[in-house]
Design a protein around this ligand. Structure first.
Ligand SMILES: [Zn+2]
Length: 229
């Protein structure tokens, strides 16, 4: 038994304490919203930064989607294999990185099919998606690619798309960081490249900030998985 004066003292505060606890209970009951982000790293495999980039992603425990150019895979099949072995998703970014829309169906088919063949030879499986250079494609390009390879163009317009502009000169680490970490929602695709120095230097800060925002890093295929999309 508490001495009477103490008991009275506590009970006087119960109306103050209970309303304070109520929001905490509500907070605990609320399901945690997912914030899935797919980083797509274009134009590799590129000898200049590939190994350092893979080491960085391994350190950060982040899986990405690497969009590979066929002729680069021919030049560096071991780099493509290392990325695939590390668990990253590999996709087809054409053979020579041309503007596809003015090209004939046969030439588009060759760009896509040759790249799929080289990726398959390097990593032992087909690329997961087609991803057009400069994001320039239309129904005819998509159909030609699909006939030649069975691959769909990744439907990035269904997601929140961010271009990090790491490929534009002059960019700055601050601009790249700001673009890559602002307005992130569940189902965001962020385009960056394997070769710019700014990307390699600032990506750890970008990843740290995104993790702070509660981001879960996924691949294109992970993002496309839910049937509702
Ligand atoms: Zn590209």
């Amino acid at each position: 038994m508490l001495p009477r004066p103490v008991f009275v003292g506590l009970s006087r505060f119960r109306w103050l304490i209970l309303p304070c606890l109520a929001p905490l209970v509500l907070l605990a009951a609320e399901p945690v919203a997912r914030k899935r982000v797919a980083l797509v790293i274009d134009d590799g495999p590129d000898l200049r930064q590939n190994t350092a980039m893979l080491a960085l992603l391994a350190r950060e425990h982040v899986r990405v989607t690497f969009s590979y150019i066929g002729k680069n895979v021919v030049a560096h099949p071991a780099l493509a294999q290392a990325a695939a072995t590390a668990g990253h998703e590999i996709i087809n970014h054409s053979f020579t990185h041309p503007h596809l829309k003015p090209m004939s169906d046969a030439d588009i088919a060759r760009e896509a099919a040759d790249t799929t063949a080289e990726i398959e030879q390097a990593i032992g499986r087909k690329p997961a998606w087609f991803w057009s250079p400069y994001l320039e494609h239309d129904d005819r390009v998509d159909a030609a690619v699909r006939r030649a390879t069975g691959l769909d163009h990744f439907p990035f317009t269904k997601f929140h798309f961010i271009g990090s502009l790491d490929w534009e000169a002059p960019t700055t680490p601050e601009k790249y960081f700001q673009l890559s970490t602002t307005g992130i929602v569940d189902g965001t695709v962020i385009l960056m490249h394997e070769w710019p120095a700014v990307t390699l230097a600032k990506l750890p800060d970008v990843i740290a900030e995104l993790k702070k925002q509660g981001v879960e890093f996924v691949t294109f295929s992970d993002l496309a998985k839910p049937a509702a999309r």
